[in-house]
Design a protein around this ligand. Structure first.
Ligand code: PLP
Length: 271
């Protein structure tokens, strides 16, 4: 049995977002809020504000892998979560690492583009995801656009989910933020079909970082040993709270308030 301390560590592979709303910054704040330690491995540096992504620079795959190996050889890791990976060779190198740790649950948020539609890699990543990382995942969390791109043949979202599951992963959570339904509907699929649907109030604002927050919150649940359906329910609750408490610090999108739960303490200190 793997040893988990009371604050389990989650190895996170993701890009850095200087607005602090998405990327590894969202992962660190989410994991800390949910009682985990993030072990953050930076895969890309982005130049962005709350209106747009202006540039991104992938970190050399070798450096990504050395960061991860250093931590994996030093401390027990309770879950691995991936976000923006920026290049195909990084995806396959992370899959090689994940294969050496088959007992650690792997949560893959298959980031292909920003919410505004800008590609977050120089080369197409779908093949690398399909052939290396997705087959190893305990949970994959594509939005509807990513699900359609990762599945080359499915016409319905249910068919896309089955095509992704056929690669070998255990569960697929297709998130519904990008569709035009009144409320947001997320669906958890297993090979048997829809395992659970989750309906969440659609908030009027446009948010940056909700997908990273949700996938990290799921990783926290797995790190604590909670089962899939409960873990996603808790993750959606936390994510929705961060959005309800979200605010607009700049000139563009709203950002989640990951530390909303600490407001009371902050107010007391200020008083
Ligand atoms: N920047 C980084 C570093 C990201 O990882 C992501 C998404 O994963 C984004 C930006 C885009 O976030 P959003 O789609 O919420 O705008």
């Amino acid at each position: 049995m793997t040893f988990h301390s009371s604050v389990p560590a989650v190895l996170v592979f993701a890009g850095s977002d200087p607005t602090g709303g998405a990327g590894i910054e969202a992962d660190i704040l989410t994991l800390a809020s949910l009682g985990c330690r993030a072990a953050p491995v930076i895969t890309a540096v982005t130049v962005q504000d709350t209106t747009d992504i202006h540039e991104f620079h992938a970190v050399d795959t070798e450096i990504v892998i050395s960061q991860a190996r250093a931590v994996l050889e030093d401390m027990p890791i309770a879950a691995i979560k991936t976000g923006m990976l920026a290049q195909g060779e990084t995806i396959s190198a992370i899959a090689t690492i994940a294969r050496s740790y088959p007992d650690i649950p792997l949560i893959v948020d298959p980031v292909l583009a920003s919410g505004g539609g800008q590609e977050l890699s120089a080369d197409p990543l779908e093949d690398a995801y399909r052939s290396t990382l997705l087959p190893l995942a305990r949970l994959v969390t594509p939005n509807t656009l990513e699900a359609r791109r990762l599945a080359s043949q499915g016409d319905s979202l249910a068919a896309c989910a089955q095509e992704i599951l056929a690669l070998g992963c255990e569960k697929v959570l297709i998130t519904g933020t990008h569709s035009s339904s009144k409320n947001v509907n997320h669906k958890l699929y297993s090979r048997q079909g829809i395992e659970k649907s989750y309906e969440v109030e659609r908030l009027p604002q446009s948010f940056h970082g909700s997908g990273c927050t949700l996938a990290s919150a799921c990783a926290a649940g797995f790190a604590h040993g909670i089962d899939d359906v409960d873990c996603i329910g808790h993750a959606l609750y936390y994510t929705q709270q961060t959005l309800k408490h979200g605010y607009r610090p700049g000139m563009g999108q709203h950002l989640p308030h990951h530390l909303y739960w600490a407001e009371e303490i902050r107010t007391r200190i200020k008083d």
